[in-house]
Design a binder for this molecule. Structure first.
Ligand code: NAG
Ligand code: NAG
Ligand code: NAG
Ligand code: NAG
Ligand code: NAG
Ligand code: NAG
Ligand code: NAG
Ligand code: NAG
Ligand code: NAG
Ligand code: NAG
Ligand code: NAG
Ligand code: NAG
Length: 836
């Protein structure tokens, strides 16, 4: 290095004294400083102890140990020794006064240029004075700066000492080496920058520029930029001495994706505060509680993604015993430790009308620190909430310490515009594979299925039979389908319920627009992905809100509930369940509970249980007692149809179907004798409780008609309406067709169809009668005021397949808790219905 500098001066010297380089080496320096440059150059003895031997002098007209050249002066000088760098240092001070008028901003030059200076240790000092309100910004081009403790040295000897001013008091911002992360330092009121270059250093540029800024409203702001992994150690102003009283200092950090930053305090002291509290405040991207406030003694945040800033706030100190506030901390920037910076392609280019949002999972807000969590598009634009749209291919990556803090929600719209085109077409509803591969939980995937009004309905067929989520049998699968109407007014939509795989529901048909939402519950969905999948078909329009096709299996009970559970089936809505009964089984239908006593304002609410093969049906008013458990050997319908309920008196019904093997070889005749009800039955001669097992015997076609919902929203096909008047007059009266086991043969027409059926009126319950209603088949009944529990036996139905094929029931169970146990009763197998 010395040689290099000598080389610069050699040609000069060569002109003066050829061959006498050594002697004349220090002779010819001339420094001229223009007027008004604000520059003062001074040469003075260095701080280090002088080497032993002869002293060294400066020759400039006279011999001296120091030299000062002021602005407007030009001076020539030389040194008396060969190695003046061991004796002298040079300081070039430039005052920049921005108070007086417009001042210089921009790239700062070394002036005079180093080539004109003697090879001494040089300190260039820029002293900028500005108004209190003017922010001054020092910008460092590469290399950026690294802070060191005062007294420490830099490997290359180049140091930057930066000070500011608060109310004319000098405040040391810090000492810095080259080769760090600090890119900008903003101050107010004034700044002094001292660049120290050892005599052997070839640097000939200042490496920074100055800009004016608006007020920063604090002592200073130090910006650090990270371009890769690394660390930075930073200190409070005046470190290791005390931070100025009641001041504010901020550090900003630029952290590119996918890096993470962690802050740790290496050393700190707090002063004795009289007012306010000393603290640090963070602005962390993605945090919901910015600024995050910490005490200096707290554990500081880690694994932060994205740019953040940190401010140190002092307090009003106790004048007697101020103590000292100081802080030395480290910011460590690393690649994420837990997940790799993998990028994922989500190809939605073949999708239409679909969008995918990756967003923060809503969570409890707390004052505790939450590191940032981002989704990045093309690794460039990161945000806490990203929505991908159909029609293009997206490459995304995650910048997040914990991906469980995110989830995905997707929506896809299937809409049919032309019913003639759509009819009978089927489409799979499946989550695209690109979405399933993402390392984030899929929360909801919704398909909005839209059809033209009154033209088409929809049939949903799941890949695996579904179970309805009920209190009695909870869904335990890792996902469910939530079915809700998707009408024009979202608040009013009918909610069909939640359905998960592993049940008995084979198909769900809905009247009109619906939204089908696949909702997952936890990571185990990944293992169960193959169980998802629904096929939607566009089918001819029908009037029921929903029709459920249920194929129970022998192993478990099936629980089914009416749509809009807890809020009540909408007024005048009707729903049907087609329940299949295998030929070797008998199904027990039990109504488990009625949530609130339904009271109709207008119209009537009905439950119809209809054998599909015979069309025999039982009609129950839902304003009255619920039907008793009944046994069914063939596929049957459960149809429910609501009235307009009085406010607060909604309809919610839950029922249960269970199967047991049919008993084959028994011929048991039992007479059900239960209280007055049975007597009534006898008297009427309508029913004989008998069981004569004969499977082969074909049943008569039964015929029945229920008229319900006089407004006609639900009608029996091919049956005339009954006049509304009678039932409007007496809401407890409804029309019912007598059992066709008795009359049916009389009604059968020549072509096998039925003629207009006989209609009767029936008062189902008008007092504490407590008897079996005259509905076929007769069933053991209890007081109607009692609600049935799920454990109630199905008449003639053995709940355990391996148990006795017929049951001796306890009288108490049949007499419905009226305390009358006098009538011993052997009853069994009403399931073996008349006609079997
Ligand atoms: C010049 O700087 C170097 C390194 O910074 C130091 O070792 C030396 O003592 C300094 N010389 C003088 C005269 O101060
Ligand atoms: C400067 O940077 C280089 C490479 O980036 C590194 O090896 C070296 O340790 C750094 N020096 C200082 C003083 O930070
Ligand atoms: C600094 O030195 C380099 C060569 O080392 C030279 O190219 C450049 O022009 C010099 N800059 C100034 C401002 O003297
Ligand atoms: C910087 O200074 C220029 C001229 O001196 C002035 O026009 C400008 O408004 C200043 N900018 C700020 C941010 O103070
Ligand atoms: C600063 O704090 C340290 C503990 O962090 C303590 O040991 C030390 O005495 C304190 N110094 C002053 C000057 O308060
Ligand atoms: C700190 O970050 C927040 C949020 O990005 C920003 O609003 C604020 O101005 C920053 N403060 C400083 C001093 O940089
Ligand atoms: C993560 O990013 C860094 C820098 O871009 C790269 O070197 C490294 O291979 C990446 N890791 C993975 C797993 O992609
Ligand atoms: C994310 O963005 C979507 C669409 O812009 C918006 O609906 C949703 O509320 C946002 N989520 C959060 C958590 O900000
Ligand atoms: C879910 O419940 C069914 C029976 O209802 C049971 O067979 C199955 O093992 C359960 N699965 C889990 C994951 O608990
Ligand atoms: C179903 O959706 C279609 C298309 O958006 C709309 O025209 C129709 O009115 C909707 N039907 C109902 C009952 O909301
Ligand atoms: C009722 O369900 C069974 C079994 O899925 C089916 O075969 C039958 O066609 C359904 N009946 C009607 C009327 O949909
Ligand atoms: C029950 O509902 C199904 C399907 O909506 C229908 O086909 C059947 O006729 C209904 N039965 C009665 C008695 O209303």
């Amino acid at each position: 290095m010395a040689g290099l500098n000598c080389g610069v001066t050699l040609p000069l010297l060569g002109v003066l004294l050829l061959g006498a380089v050594r002697l004349t080496r220090g002779a010819a320096f001339e420094i001229g400083l223009p007027y008004g440059s604000g520059i003062t150059v001074s040469i003075s003895p260095g701080a280090s102890p002088l080497p032993p031997g002869k002293p060294c002098y400066i020759f400039s007209r006279k011999m001296a140990t120091s030299l000062v050249i002021k602005s407007g002066e030009t001076k020539g000088f030389s040194f008396s020794c060969l190695n003046p760098e061991n004796y002298f240092v040079i300081e070039i001070l430039r005052n920049i006064d921005c108070m007086a008028g417009p001042c210089f901003f921009g790239e700062v030059q070394l002036q005079p240029p180093t080539s004109q200076l003697p090879t001494l240790n040089r300190t260039f000092i820029w002293n900028v004075q500005a108004h209190k309100r003017i922010g001054l910004e020092l910008q460092f081009s590469l290399p950026r700066l690294r802070q060191i403790e005062p007294g420490d040295s830099c490997p290359d000897g180049v140091t930057h000492s930066i000070s500011g001013r608060v109310d004319s008091t000098n405040v040391k911002i810090g000492t810095f080496c080259s080769n760090g992360t600090v890119s900008r330092i903003k101050m107010q009121e004034g700044v002094q920058m001292a660049l120290h270059l050892p005599w052997f250093h070839p640097r000939n540029v200042s490496g920074f520029s100055i800009a004016n800024r608006s007020s920063i409203k604090r002592l200073c702001i130090i910006e650090s930029v990270f371009e890769g992994e690394g660390s930075a150690t930073l200190m409070s102003a005046n470190y290791p001495l005390g931070f100025p009283e009641d001041e504010l200092m901020t550090w900003q950090f630029v952290i590119p994706p996918p890096l993470r930053a962690s802050v740790s305090f290496l050393r700190f002291n707090v002063s004795n505060c009289e007012r306010k509290e000393e603290r640090v405040e963070y602005y962390i991207p993605g945090s919901t509680t910015n600024p995050e406030v910490f005490k200096l003694a707290d554990k500081q945040p880690g694994n932060m993604a994205g740019n953040f800033n940190l401010s140190l706030q002092g307090c009003d100190q106790d004048a007697q015993n101020p103590g000292i506030l100081r802080l030395k901390f480290e910011v460590l920037v690393q690649y994420p430790q837990h997940e790799s910076n993998v990028s994922y392609v989500v190809d939605l280019s073949h999708e239409r009308a679909m969008s995918l949002s990756i967003e923060p999972r809503p969570g409890r807000q707390s004052r505790r620190f939450v590191p940032g969590c981002f989704v990045c598009l093309e690794s460039r634009t990161c945000s806490t909430n990203l929505t991908l749209t159909a029609g293009s291919r997206h490459r995304i990556s995650f910048l997040c310490d914990d991906l469980t803090r995110l989830w995905m929600n997707a929506e896809k719209i299937f809409s049919c515009m032309d019913h003639r085109y759509c009819l009978r077409k089927s489409y799979p509803l499946q989550v695209p594979r690109d979405i399933l591969q993402l390392p984030v939980q899929l929360h909801d995937f919704s398909w909005k299925l839209l059809v033209p009004n009154d033209r088409l309905s929809l049939a949903l067929v799941p890949a695996q039979k579904l179970q309805q989520h009920t209190q009695e049998r909870l869904c335990n699968a890792s996902f469910s389908y939530l079915l809700a109407g998707a009408g024009a007014s979202p608040g009013q939509d009918l909610y069909f319920g939640s359905f998960c795989p592993g049940g008995a529901i084979q198909q769900i048909q809905v009247k009109q627009n619906i939204s089908v939402t696949l909702r997952t519950f936890g990571p185990s969905f990944r293992q169960e992905v193959s169980r998802q999948g629904l096929t939607v078909s566009f089918i001819p329009y029908f009037k029921e809100e929903g029709v459920f096709e249920v194929i129970p299996d022998t192993k478990s009970k099936v629980y089914l509930r009416t749509p809009n559970w807890e809020r009540g089936l909408p007024a005048l809505a009707s729903v049907s369940w087609n329940i299949s009964v295998p030929s070797d089984q008998v199904a027990c239908l039990t109504f488990v509970k009625e949530r609130t006593g339904l009271v109709c304002q207008t119209g009537r609410a009905f439950l119809i249980v209809q054998e599909q093969s015979s069309a025999a049906e039982e009609v129950f008013s839902l304003e009255e007692v619920l039907p008793k458990p009944s046994a069914h050997h063939h596929n049957f319908w459960v149809n429910i149809s609501n009235c307009s309920p009085a406010s607060g008196k909604q309809l919610d019904l839950l029922f249960q179907v269970s199967l047991s093997p049919r008993t084959v070889d028994l011929t048991v005749i039992l007479i059900a004798v239960v209280g007055g009800g049975a007597l009534l039955l006898f008297a009427l001669g309508l029913i004989i409780c008998f069981v004569k097992k004969n499977r082969k015997k074909k049943r008569n076609k039964a015929l029945a008609v229920g008229v319900y919902n006089g407004n006609g929203n639900t009608q029996m096909p091919m049956q005339p309406k009954f006049p509304k008047a009678p039932k409007d007059i007496d809401p407890h009266v409804y029309a019912v067709i007598e059992d066709t086991m008795v009359y049916g043969h009389l009604l059968q027409g020549s072509n096998g169809s039925f003629v207009q059926p006989e209609v009767d009126t029936y008062r189902p319950f008008q007092g504490p009668v407590g008897d079996c209603p005259p509905s076929p088949p007769p069933i053991c009944s209890r007081a109607p005021t009692l609600k049935l529990a799920p454990e109630d036996p199905c008449p003639g139905f053995s709940p355990e397949p391996e148990s006795e094929p017929y049951t001796f029931s306890h009288p108490a169970k049949c007499s419905g808790g009226d305390g009358n146990t006098d009538v011993p009763l052997l009853h069994a197998h009403e399931a073996e219905q008349p006609g079997e």
